[in-house]
Design a protein around this ligand. Structure first.
Ligand SMILES: [Zn+2]
Ligand SMILES: [Zn+2]
Length: 151
């Protein structure tokens, strides 16, 4: 395995550290109200890994599935049953080599932001996995179980 298969991250004060192994399942941007409120920023940029690819050390506090550092308040990860969502800004290397593949809740995108070229655009949460093959009928929308519900 190359070094790129293992990425480290931390909260601002360094009290909480995390490691993710292997490539993320997917990388996205979200403009939903939950992401805006939880981050204090206008949108969130995150990557999703399988739950068992994620390790954390140090004391964390949590609000639902969202964990954060009790000392500096930085978000650490949103941990679901099968997946974990890590903010790109939590990773140690900046910039990362990760590029978003999709955007969620685009109706709440700030007007001065524009759709990121080449990414899938979703009105709300993701409803099906991956783009529709050319010529194929669109799949019927079905909710996917993401690590966290967005709103
Ligand atoms: Zn901290
Ligand atoms: Zn969101």
């Amino acid at each position: 395995m190359s070094d790129i298969s293992r990425r480290t991250g931390s909260c601002l004060c360094g009290g909480v550290r995390l490691v993710v192994t292997g490539q993320p399942t997917r990388v996205g941007l979200c403009h939903c109200k939950d992401c805006r409120k939880a981050s204090g920023s206008a949108y969130a940029a995150f990557a999703i890994w399988p739950r068992d690819a994620f390790e954390t050390s140090g004391e964390v506090a949590s609000y639902g599935t969202r964990s954060f550092c009790p000392t500096c308040g930085s978000r650490v990860a949103w941990v679901g049953d099968d997946e974990v969502e890590v903010m790109l800004g939590s990773l140690d290397v900046a910039p990362t080599d990760l590029e978003p593949q999709y955007e969620l809740w685009i109706g709440r995108r700030e007007t001065w932001l524009h759709a990121l070229p080449g990414t899938e655009q979703f009105e709300h949460d993701r409803t099906y996995d991956g783009p529709t093959p050319e010529g194929a009928a669109p799949p019927s929308p079905r909710p996917l179980s993401d690590a966290v519900a967005h709103d």
